[in-house]
Write a protein that binds this ligand. Structure first.
Ligand SMILES: Nc1ncnc2c1ncn2[C@@H]1O[C@H](COP(=O)(O)OP(=O)(O)OP(=O)(O)O)[C@@H](O)[C@H]1O
Ligand SMILES: [Mg+2]
Length: 260
């Protein structure tokens, strides 16, 4: 039994078959990359698995239990967290506050207790703040914890998003293009961060166009093309697969994939 399993997922938008019978599994400490050309269905697969879209067919299992169709917050409470392809940062809030937003799922507080300022709530707030600072340290942002997010460089914002997703203490972390728009130095920081997250036992599912990053840190790679599974295997199997080279990597991508 896998920690997370998607099986036969299908969805269409009007005439576009965004996913046709796509599945994958991922386990503790593993890094699974999902790659493929623009419009292949990668983000749609994330959206279906995390409960944002409802599949027309197929199922999602967490710990072997059917969780198909559960809303995102219910899946998050069961240990499934994600980041989005476009930055979803609250720019006027501090870095620390952005991470604390991600913790609200973990906290059981009720409004009444909050308004009364009960000791349990105060303690929880303190713990939450401390834990959020630890996470900022983990992603290398402890010195900028109290700055407004708007002043942070792009690579730092991408790491802040990962810290926020980690704040609900997920067992599975799904990252949609965590290094998109990053320069090579920032990409390497993200690379090291993802490896460290996986070493802690989190299952990581990663969508990424940076082939060096994908080849360096993935255990397995799933290749999508036009909503279908084109190939799946280890990084070295996938980068030498003629179908993958043809549909996605091209000559440039092959060079990057081998430079990893
Ligand atoms: N909410 C939606 N409404 C209509 N069409 C959609 C929707 N979401 C995705 N699609 C379509 O589904 C297909 C797959 O899109 P998706 O965003 O999953 O691709 P992707 O692999 O993430 O691409 P990219 O690498 O550019 O991010 C595309 O044809 C897209 O236009
Ligand atoms: Mg996408």
């Amino acid at each position: 039994m896998s920690l997370l399993e998607a099986r036969g997922l299908s969805i269409a938008f009007g005439g576009v078959r965004a996913l046709e019978q796509v599945g994958f599994t991922v386990d503790r400490g593993e890094v699974l990359a999902i790659i493929g050309p623009n419009g292949a269905g990668k983000t749609t697969l994330f959206n279906v698995v995390t409960g944002l879209y409802r599949a027309h067919g197929g199922e999602v299992r967490l710990d072997g239990r059917d969780v198909t169709g559960l809303p995102p917050h219910a899946l998050a409470a069961r240990g499934l967290a994600r980041t989005f392809q476009n930055l979803e940062i609250f720019f006027r809030m501090s870095a620390l506050e952005n991470v604390m937003v991600g913790r609200h799922l973990k906290e059981r507080r009720r409004l009444g207790a909050e308004l009364l300022g009960l000791p349990s709530v105060l303690r929880e707030n303190r713990e939450s703040r401390a834990r959020s600072r630890d996470l900022l340290a983990f992603v290398g942002l402890e010195e900028r914890a109290d700055e407004p997010a708007t002043g942070l460089p792009y690579g730092a914002l991408k790491r802040l998003e990962i810290a926020r997703a980690l704040a609900c203490e997920p067992r599975i972390l799904m990252l949609d293009e965590p290094a998109a728009g990053c320069n090579p130095v920032e990409t390497e920081e993200i690379d090291r961060l993802i490896a460290a997250i996986a070493r802690q036992g989190v299952a990581v599912v990663l969508v990424e166009h940076d082939m060096r990053l994908v080849m360096r840190i993935s255990d397995r790679v799933l290749v999508l093309d036009q909503g279908r599974r084109l190939a799946e295997g280890t990084p070295s199997q996938v980068r030498s697969d003629p179908r993958v080279i043809d549909a996605y990597l091209g000559r440039h991508g092959v060079a990057a994939a081998h430079a990893a």
